[in-house]
Design a protein around this ligand. Structure first.
Ligand code: SF4
Length: 709
C-alpha cells in the first residue's frame, strides 16, 4: 500500500479531510483525524470515494467534432489551437461579450483564479458564471448587502457552542452529513442545546429537532420579519451594538412591523401553528447563543436574497454576531463554492472579493494583473447566460466541470441553446454526459485524486486537494488548459505557471494588494500565505481565512468581533425585506408545488456517485414523493410510475408517499439523468424564474401536476 495522502472530499461544503492510500486491490479511503472539519468522520458518500475512482466512462483524449459530425481524437495542440482561434475570431468580430464561460464549484480555487483572470482581465468580459449561482448566490448577495463583503461570520465550532441552532431550508442530515453528526454529538453532550428546523418537509434532519416548523413553501421572509418584529416588541435588542455598528434599523423594523406585526398573522401566512411559532420566537428571544444556519431552501428562491437578509436582520438587532456560538451561517452546497467566490468566480464579482461596479476595485485588480482590459459591468448570470446563447448574443461557451443540460432550470431550453451555439467547448472528466453531447471540442480534465489545488469549505477553511493517482490518458488540469489558451493569445507572461502553488501565491498576493484602510480594505486577506514555494504549498495544513501576515497556523480569527464591517460606513446594514410570494402560483392545471433537492447517497448528476454500487442501494431510481391524500387525488399509487409535469417539461418517476411532505407539496430529487434513467432530468421541470438580486433560480417552487403513467 502506498504512503497515505491527505486530501479533501470533493462533495459537500462540509469539506472533510480524507486520507487516501493506493493498494493493489483499489483505493483505501479513511477520514482524516487531523482535519478540523471532520476529525476523522466521513459520511457514506465520502467513504465510498474509492469505488468511484474507476476508468469507466473517462474522457482520456482531446476530441474535435469532424465534418461528419462525430467527435474524433486529436492532439492537445490541435484542440487548443482550435479553441483559441475560434474564440479569437468571435471576439474580434462580435466583441468580448459574445463569448462566455460556465464553470463549477467542482473546480479548484486555482482553476477558478486562472479562468477569471483570463476572462475578465484578458478577454475583457465578465461573462463567466458558475453552477454555484444555482446554490449560494443569494447568500453571497445577502452578505454583500449586509456586511459590505461576502463574509461568512460563523465557524463549525460556533454550531457546537450554540444553545439554539436554527436550521432553515436545510436537510443537513443528508446534505452536510458530517456537520450534522457534529451537531448531534454536541446536543448529546449538552442536552439543553435546542434545535429548531424550519422546513416544509419532515426530513432526516427533523429527527433531532426540538421543534419543527413546516412552513408553507416560500414564506421564510414572513417568518423572519415576524421574528424581527417580535424581538423589537419584547425589547430583545442590543441597543449599543445597533447604534455603534449598524445602519438602517428603523426602516427594516417598519417593514417588518407592517408586514408581519403579529404572531397570529405570521402563523397564518406561513400556514403553521400559532403556538409552535410563538414557542420558536420565545426560544430565539431568550437564547443568547443562536446560530441560524441556512441552505438551499432559503437561497433557491425568487426572494432568496431577501430571505438571507431577513435572517441576518434578526442577528444584527440582537447583536448576535461576531461572538462565540452565534451568527447567521450559510451552508454551502459544493466543495469549493466558497473558494470560487474568493477569486471572483461569479459574473458579478472581481477576484479577491472586489467588485465590478467600483472603479477603484477595477483599477486595483487591473493594476495587479497588468492586464490589457477589465470589464466595467457585471456579466451574464447562469440562467441569463444560456438565454443569451439561445437568442444568439453569446456565440461561444466553454463549459467546465458541470452538466447544465441536467442541472439548470428549464433545462430543455439549455439543450436547444447549445444546439444552436457556434462553438461549445466542454472540459470534463466523463466522456458521455447530457452536456458533452453538444460539444464541438472535448477537453479531458483531471479528476479528484489526480488534481492538485485548494478548496474552501463553508467555514472559510482552505484545504488542499492532493493528487495520489497518475493522470489517465492525456487528462490535464483545468487551469493548464486556460493558461494555454492565454499563451496562444500572446499573454505568455501572465499565464506562465508551472504549478498550482504559483497560482495560489498570486491569489494570496492579490488579497493583500492595496488591502489597507487608505486603499480598498477587505476582510479576505491571505497575506500570511504569500510566498509559499511548492514544498510549503504541498504541506499546507487546513486554515481558515483571513490569514494576516505572520498569522499562518494560529487560531481562526472571528469576523466582526471588533464590530467592523466592510460597507463604506464600516457598519452593518439592516436591509428592509418586504415579503413577496413565489413568482408562479398554483392553479387548476398545476395544483401542487414542486420542491427539488439532494438525496443522501448521490451527488449532483451522478457522474461519480453513480459508479458506486454501494451508493446505488440507498435509493435506486428517481421518485416523486407526495402526501398520501394528494396521491389519492392525483390517482397515483405508491410504487407505481407517474408523470410529473410542469409548464416547462415532464418526466416519469416512481411514486412514494413517505409521509414527509405536507399537503400540496411534491419532492423530486435532482440527480438522475439520461445516463441512469431515461430522461428524468428534474431541471427540465423547473421554472427559470430567478431572484432579481442574486440571479439564483427558484428551484423550490414550481407549480406541478402528478398523473398516472
Ligand atoms: Fe464529503 Fe460532505 Fe460527506 Fe464530508 S459530509 S465526507 S465533505 S460528502
Amino acid at each position: 500500500m502506498s504512503a497515505p495522502v491527505r486530501t479533501t472530499c470533493p462533495y459537500c461544503g462540509t469539506g472533510c479531510g480524507v486520507v487516501a492510500r493506493v493498494a493493489a486491490d483499489g483505493i483505501a479511503i479513511a477520514g482524516d483525524a487531523a482535519h478540523p472539519a471532520n476529525a476523522g468522520r466521513l459520511c457514506v458518500k465520502g467513504s465510498a470515494l474509492g469505488e468511484t475512482l474507476v476508468p469507466d466512462g473517462r474522457l482520456l483524449y482531446p476530441k474535435l467534432r469532424g465534418a461528419d459530425g462525430t467527435l474524433q481524437r486529436t492532439s492537445w495542440d490541435t484542440a487548443l489551437d482550435h479553441v483559441a482561434g475560434a474564440l479569437r475570431r468571435i471576439i474580434d468580430t462580435h466583441g468580448p461579450d459574445a463569448v462566455a464561460w460556465y464553470v463549477s464549484g467542482q473546480l479548484l480555487t486555482e482553476d477558478y483564479y486562472v479562468a477569471n483572470k483570463l476572462v475578465k482581465g484578458y478577454v475583457g468580459t465578465a461573462n463567466i458564471d458558475t453552477n454555484s449561482r444555482l446554490c449560494m448566490a443569494s447568500a453571497v448577495a445577502g452578505h454583500q448587502r449586509a456586511f459590505g463583503e461576502d463574509i461568512v461570520p460563523v465557524s463549525y465550532e460556533d454550531l457546537e457552542q450554540a444553545d439554539l441552532v436554527v436550521l432553515v431550508g436545510s436537510n443537513t442530515a443528508w446534505c452536510h452529513p458530517v456537520l450534522y453528526q457534529r451537531i448531534v454529538a454536541a446536543k448529546a453532550q449538552r442536552p439543553q442545546m435546542k434545535i429548531v428546523v424550519v422546513d416544509p418537509r419532515r426530513t432526516a434532519t427533523t429527527d433531532i429537532a426540538d421543534l419543527h416548523l413546516p412552513l408553507r413553501p416560500g414564506t421564510d421572509v414572513w417568518l423572519f420579519n415576524g421574528l424581527l418584529a417580535f424581538l423589537h416588541q419584547h425589547g430583545v435588542v442590543d441597543p449599543a451594538f445597533v447604534e455603534r455598528h449598524t445602519v438602517g434599523v428603523a426602516r427594516a423594523l417598519a417593514v417588518a412591523d407592517a408586514t408581519a406585526g403579529s404572531v397570529r398573522a405570521v402563523a397564518s401566512a406561513c400556514r403553521i401553528d400559532t403556538s409552535a411559532l410563538t414557542e420558536f420566537y420565545r426560544l430565539f428571544a431568550r437564547t443568547e447563543r443562536v446560530v441560524t444556519a441556512f441552505s438551499m431552501g432559503v437561497n433557491q428562491s425568487s426572494a432568496g436574497t431577501d430571505k438571507v437578509n431577513s435572517i441576518i436582520n434578526c442577528h444584527l438587532l440582537t447583536g448576535r454576531i461576531g461572538k462565540p456560538g452565534m451568527g447567521p451561517f450559510s451552508l454551502t452546497g459544493q466543495p469549493n463554492a466558497m473558494g470560487g467566490r474568493e477569486v471572483g468566480g461569479l459574473a458579478t464579482m472581481l477576484a479577491a472579493h472586489l467588485g465590478l461596479d467600483d472603479a477603484r476595485h477595477r483599477a486595483l485588480v487591473q493594476r495587479f494583473w497588468n492586464s490589457p482590459r477589465i470589464p466595467t459591468r457585471p456579466g451574464l448570470k447562469a440562467v441569463e447566460l444560456f438565454d443569451a446563447i439561445d437568442d444568439g448574443r453569446v456565440k461561444a461557451v466553454w463549459i467546465m466541470a458541470t452538466n447544465p443540460v441536467v442541472s439548470l432550470p428549464d433545462a430543455d431550453k439549455v439543450k436547444r441553446a447549445l444546439k444552436k451555439c457556434e462553438l461549445v467547448v466542454v472540459s470534463d472528466v466523463i466522456e458521455h454526459t447530457d452536456t458533452t453531447a453538444y460539444a464541438h471540442v472535448l477537453l479531458p480534465a483531471l479528476a479528484w485524486g489526480e488534481k492538485d489545488g485548494t478548496v474552501t469549505n463553508s467555514e472559510r477553511r482552505i484545504s488542499r486537494q492532493r493528487a495520489f493517482l497518475p493522470a489517465p490518458g492525456e487528462a490535464r488540469p483545468d487551469w493548464w488548459m486556460l493558461a494555454e489558451v492565454g499563451k496562444r493569445w500572446g499573454y505568455a507572461e501572465a499565464f506562465r505557471y508551472t504549478g498550482p502553488h504559483q497560482i495560489f501565491d498570486e491569489h494570496a498576493r492579490l488579497t493583500a494588494f492595496g488591502n489597507t484602510d487608505d486603499e480598498v480594505p477587505r476582510y479576505l486577506d491571505l497575506a500570511g500565505l504569500v510566498g509559499m514555494d511548492r514544498a510549503a504549498y504541498d504541506a499546507l495544513a487546513p486554515v481558515c481565512w483571513p490569514v494576516a501576515a505572520g498569522q499562518a497556523g494560529s487560531r481562526p480569527l472571528r469576523p466582526f468581533a471588533d464590530g467592523r464591517f466592510y460597507t463604506p460606513e464600516r457598519k452593518a446594514r439592516f436591509v428592509p425585506t418586504p415579503p413577496r410570494a413565489p413568482v408562479h402560483a398554483c392553479d387548476d392545471d398545476y395544483p401542487l408545488v414542486l420542491n427539488t433537492g439532494r438525496v443522501r447517497d448521490h451527488w449532483h448528476t451522478m457522474t461519480r456517485t453513480g459508479l458506486s454500487p454501494r451508493l446505488a442501494t440507498h435509493i435506486a431510481e428517481p421518485y416523486v414523493d407526495l402526501h398520501p391524500q394528494d396521491a389519492l387525488l392525483c390517482g397515483v399509487r405508491e410504487g407505481e410510475l407517474a408523470w410529473v409535469s410542469t409548464r416547462w417539461g415532464r418526466l416519469v418517476a416512481r411514486v412514494r408517499s413517505s409521509g414527509e411532505l405536507p399537503r400540496r407539496s411534491v419532492f423530486v430529487p435532482i440527480h438522475w439523468n439520461a445516463q441512469y434513467a431515461s430522461d428524468a432530468r428534474v431541471g427540465a421541470l423547473c421554472n427559470p424564474v430567478v431572484d432579481p438580486v442574486s440571479g439564483e433560480p427558484e428551484f423550490k417552487h414550481t407549480p406541478v401536476r402528478v398523473e398516472p403513467f
